[in-house]
Write a protein that binds this ligand. Structure first.
Ligand SMILES: O=C(O)CCC(=O)C(=O)O
Ligand SMILES: [Fe+2]
Length: 310
């Protein structure tokens, strides 16, 4: 969709910053498909600046409303490259099938990494179940010069068959196994630069997370050690913000500038469900101008390539 950069912002929206590097709560707006161009421009600007933004009190939103709102911010993808959502247009983030308690950027195993995700709380446990986001821009910016140079010269292979068991200490349920099988039903692998240049802000961001299999040209053990080093930079608490959900909340994150982690600290018997819509993004480009390349899999059915910023 085309973008009206000239649109004035809506001054009735109140943006309350939550931390130096990441996070803002936005008040004074009722999300939906009928937002003014000014309100949409304000939301875009806030997302670029704060990386993840939160809206309380959006109980009126249905899945249709969430989708209509998403269309104002970009081109919604299909729910997922491999997980079929049985006719609905959003991806169910459902505690019955899995818990995303591992740091990641969404869908980095394809070339056209989505630019943003919009998540709406539908059912929540009585305690726990918050989500944490980290700024991969702040992580890059805080690197000492030699590590910046190292990261800028690295590329990494991302796949949808990452080592899930190594990062989880509990035995999977039958539902977990079925979800996992669907998740891996087609193989995807993409090579991305470890530092990508954000197409809108020009900021440099680390592009890593749990879909990374290995750095190109390195052996497995050295690759793992370097991955740990850079991931630890991303997840430094100073680079993060944490959101305690209430029903009707909506979070939107810039998937080109963040990683996130859903905290699994609620009882197994409790149901937690959110619905997610991702927006099409472009092909990441490294500091040297080299784009990401497909190693395996075709993601055309999942998403268009959104070459137009925002
Ligand atoms: O469960 C959550 O809070 C987030 C899950 C997740 O990784 C996602 O929605 O992309
Ligand atoms: Fe995610």
């Amino acid at each position: 969709m085309s973008v009206d950069y000239a649109a004035q912002t809506d001054t009735s929206l109140e943006v309350v910053k939550l931390g130096t590097h990441i996070g803002a709560q936005i008040d004074g707006v009722r999300l939906g498909g009928d937002l003014s161009a000014e309100a949409v421009a304000s939301i875009r600007a806030a997302l670029n600046e704060h990386k993840v933004i939160f809206f309380r009190g959006q109980q009126h939103l249905t899945e249709e409303g969430q989708y209509a709102f998403a269309q104002l911010l970009g081109s919604p993808t299909t729910p997922h490259p491999t997980v079929t959502s049985h006719g609905v247009r959003s991806l169910a983030i459902d505690s019955h099938t899995g818990r995303a308690n591992s740091w990641h950027t969404d869908v980095t195993f394809v070339d056209r990494v989505p630019k943003a995700s919009i998540l709406r709380a539908v059912s929540l446990p009585s305690y726990g179940g918050s989500t944490t986001w980290a700024s991969t821009v702040a992580a890059y910016a805080a690197l000492p010069e030699p590590l910046k140079l190292l990261a800028e010269n690295l590329r990494a292979r991302h796949t949808n068959t990452y080592d899930y068991a190594a990062r989880h200490n509990v035995d999977p349920t039958e539902d977990n196994k079925a979800y996992r099988a669907e998740f891996e039903s087609a193989y995807y692998e993409t090579e991305h630069p470890v530092v990508r240049v954000h197409p809108e802000t020009g900021e440099r961001a680390l592009l890593l997370g749990h879909f990374v299999k290995q750095f190109v040209g390195l052996g497995k053990s050295e690759s793992d050690a370097l991955f740990r080093l850079f991931q630890d930079r991303v997840t430094r608490l100073e680079h993060t913000t944490r959101w305690n959900w209430t029903l009707g909340d909506v979070a939107i994150w810039d998937n080109r500038a963040t990683q996130h982690y859903a905290i699994d600290d609620y009882d197994g018997a409790e149901h937690r469900k959110l619905t997610r819509i991702t927006l099409a993004g472009d092909i990441p480009v490294g500091v040297d101008g080299r784009p990401s390349t497909i190693i395996a899999g075709n993601a055309e059915h999942y998403s268009v390539i959104d070459r137009i910023a925002a």
